[in-house]
Design a protein around this ligand. Structure first.
Ligand code: ATP
Ligand code: MG
Length: 243
């Protein structure tokens, strides 16, 4: 039976496959050993993981299990002793420090537990600083800073300095600062550890929002079981390995 053209088009549209999200980061058999007092300390013991685009991935584990060590390797701040890390197809494990620094500046953003804002600069100036560091033309700063501070719900706090903001607000400025240069990957080490439950929930809502609007992938560490519920994927670390 002949299908009328319009129905045929609808049928075609429906069978079109959903867009598969790509691996942004692929970690294969990563080990990290430190030399402490002349003897080796094995901290990461064969990590395998994948981060797909636009995912919210969480690393959970006890203090000392190796979460920060792994996050540092993922962000190219440290290199594995063994194994491979591919970031957007680039072999992070075998690149030079300078090469990794360039990739990091352009494509990654970092958020830390203690907010890491410049105390004498306003929210607007703090976010601007990250655009200046990333080499974004000055003519683009104003609009992008406004956009980022609106995205984290701080449009009415742009002129405040960090000490004039609550902990949750400071962390939201830090998020705006970390995403201003449009990174592909955001790495956050215990971003909610210093915040109460309500403020932590706000931060997680902001993370979910920026994954949608900025198409970013987020990998974060946490101790907080209530936060894990919003993750697309949770990796549980015990003594340098995932279980
Ligand atoms: N540069 C280093 N030299 C020697 N040992 C290190 C170094 N960095 C980390 N370690 C050791 O590696 C282990 C894991 O540390 P890491 O900071 O990754 O843990 P973590 O899971 O982030 O803990 P926390 O939840 O307390 O932040 C610890 O025992 C730590 O002492
Ligand atoms: Mg840590």
């Amino acid at each position: 039976m002949a299908i009328p053209q319009e129905e045929e088009q609808i049928a075609e549209a429906q069978i079109e496959p959903a867009v598969e999200s790509r691996n942004l980061l692929t970690v294969t058999d990563v080990e990290r050993t430190f030399q402490v007092g002349g003897s080796p300390l094995h901290v990461l013991k064969g990590i395998r993981m994948e981060l797909k685009e636009r995912q919210l991935v969480m690393l959970r584990g006890r203090s000392g299990s190796g979460k920060t060590t792994l996050l540092n390797c993922l962000g190219g701040l440290d290199t594995p002793s063994k194994g491979e890390i591919l970031f957007n197809g680039l072999p992070f494990h075998s690149m030079s420090d300078d090469q990794r620094t360039l990739v990091r500046r352009k494509h990654m953003g970092f958020i830390f537990q203690a907010f890491a804002l410049m105390p004498l600069l306003s929210a607007r100036e703090n976010v601007e600083l990250s655009l200046r560091m990333a080499g974004v033309p000055r003519s683009e700063w104003k609009d992008r800073v406004t956009e980022c501070l609106e995205l984290v719900g701080l449009e009415r706090r742009m002129s405040h300095r960090p000490f004039e903001l609550s902990g949750g607000e400071q962390q939201r400025v830090a998020i705006a600062k970390a995403i201003a240069h449009k990174p592909m990957l955001l790495l956050a080490d215990e971003p909610t550890a210093e915040l109460d439950t309500g403020m932590s929930a706000q931060i997680m809502a902001v993370f979910q929002n920026i994954i949608r609007t900025e198409q970013v992938t987020i990998c974060m560490t946490t101790h907080d079981p209530t936060i894990l519920e919003v993750a697309d994927r949770v990796y549980e670390m015990v003594d340098g390995k995932f279980i």
